[in-house]
Every structure is written in structure tokens, then in C-alpha cells.
Design a protein around this ligand. Sequence first.
Ligand code: SF4
Length: 375
Amino acid sequence: MIKTGLYIHIPFCKKACSYCNFHFSTQLKNMDNLVNALVREIKQRSTTEKIGSIYFGGGTPSLLKESHWIDLINSINENFSNQDIDEFTIEVNPEDINQDNLETWKKIGINRLSIGVQSLQDSELLWMNRIHSSKQAIKSIELAQNIGFNNISIDLIFGGPLKSDEQWKNDLNWAFEQNIQHISAYALTVEPKTRLEHEIKQGKSPELQDIKMVSQFNILQTEMINRGWDVYEISNYCLPSFNAVHNSRYWEGLPYIGIGPGAHSFNGKNLRRWNIANNARYIQFSENGSSFWENEELTPNNIINEYIMTALRTSKGINIEKIISLDSSWISINKASIQYFKNQGLILSNNNLIQLSTEGKLLANHIISELMIVD
Ligand code: SF4
């Protein structure tokens, strides 16, 4: 039986990081009302489907108080009682990691922490408008390990104007020495309507340089391969058998239920649903019983395109048999493009698989859009 993932979005942060365009609010006074609305949605979405993973993302789930956790977990256990949990992850920020919180998280069954370290340079953390210091990040991992968390992922960001290649290597070396199991490493990008975009436009922050991003991406790939880490998705790396169970559902087209403002759901076949990405309206609509979500039925082309988009980002690549089963004409339509990318060394292909090469990963978006079906 295919298991379903359960995602709960906690849309609050103490401070807005300069580069971030996720859905969150810094109005922490609304947390109690939002948690009540989450509990109502959990009841509405009650199911007998088997839940295989739980993921609290954000925002900053580590801001939740113990009473919030009790309400949410009780409600999850009541309404999603058919559970066979392989992984229960929460995203946490280093400044929230302390003995009390760790004990609460352990007690409720969380078995994986995803820690937003981002950088080991204090000047860069400050520039990103992060709250924590490098010292706090280091300490947070030690505390989590001391209490018994032995599946820890950290987020790192590379390619920013303040980070030299040497510093990036140092960040990675430090990470490898921490006895952690997973690293998500993202190239810094300038997203619309972020403080970073504004600062660059105003000339208050230097522009990002592609050359630096490419160089640091290559350092990342080399380090991961040399150290025997599994390069299993463009931004995700792990020690063997520590790949992210919940997040892998997104890349493998498996079902998940998303609860909370801005959260997305997928039935593993052809139906998507997404909730309104606005805390005040999510709470208001939930309180007065109005609907706060939209649905979409995927067309056959949507399904193929989503498969191309997600599969090519992973080391599994596009499975030829699977794509032929979705559209028997896809191979002949894309034969010339596939050959071209192969000749350029951007993809690796044989009779069964098409995968991005390391060089191809740098051009992933372009290659993916070339191979997608146009309506
Ligand atoms: S990066 Fe994380 S902590 Fe920072 S604003 Fe975005 S969601 Fe919040």
C-alpha cells in the first residue's frame, strides 16, 4: 500500500530573512488562532489513508510552544490514525534549539531535524538578516545530538556575494565534521519582492555573480562525491540511506496532504489542491466555515511535465519505460534535443534512463523546459 505524507505549514518567523519568499508572517500574536485553524483543517481532512511521514515546515515550526504541539499532535493522531511513520521531521532554527524544546520534540516522536544553519560566517548571517550566530548553529547541533537526535539535516546557502570559494569549502568541511546525515545546499537567488531584491536595486547589496555560483556548485559536487555522500537530488545530499523520506515524495510523484496556509496537496495521480497563502484569511475562512483552497485536475501533459521536472532533478532521472507509458510519442518528439544535450555533455542517457550530468545540473531549468510538452 502506498503511504501518504502529511505536511503541516507553520507560517511564522521572528524576522524576515533577506532572501526568503516563502509564505510566513512575523505577526506572532496570531499563532494561537492559526494553530486552532490548523486543528480544524486536520479534522476536515481526516482520512484512513496510511500516513508514512510527517513534516512540519515553514516558516519556523520551532516557534511552536509545547501547548501548540500537544493540540496538533493529538489532532493528527485522532484524524490520521492509520500511521506507519518512517520519518517525522521538523524544520528548526538554531536559536530555538534548547534543552526544553528538544525534549518536547523527542517526546512527541520527531525523529529528524532540519536545521537552518545557512552559513558559518557571522557577517553573512547578519547580511542575510538571520537571527542566529555561527556559534549558536554549532552549539545547536551538539545539543540535538546529545539528546539523541541521530538523523539531522542542515541547510546551507552558497554563491552569495560575501562568500568566497575558500569560505564555502570551510563551511562544507565543518559540516562533514559534525556527524550529521543530510545536507540541503541551495544557491542563493534573488526572489521578487524580497529585501535582497530591494537592496540590490538600491545599490545597498552587491549583485550576485553567476561565476561564483557555478564555482561553488562545482566545489559542492566534488566534495560530496569525494566524501562518498549520495548526490540524490540537485540540492540534497546524504550519507547512504539517509535520503529525506518525506521530501522524496514530492520528487517521486507520491501522495501528500498539506495542511495550513499556502500548503499544497497531491493525490499521487492527477489532483492538486492548494490553500490560500494568507494567514488572516486562512484563519477567518476557517472560523466561518468558508473554503480556503483551490483544486486543479492535471491534464495528461501536466502529468508528464511534472514527471520530467521532478525526475530530472533527482539521480534517478527520467525512466524511459515510465515516460513512454505516459506518452508514447515523447521520445520521438524529443529525440533531437536529447541527442543535442547528450553531445554537449549535459545529460547522460542509455536505453532506460536520462539523467543530468554535473554540468547539466547547472542548466537544469533550461533542459527541463526544452524537454517538456507544450500544449
Ligand atoms: S528563510 Fe526560514 S526563517 Fe528565514 S524568513 Fe524564510 S522561512 Fe523564515
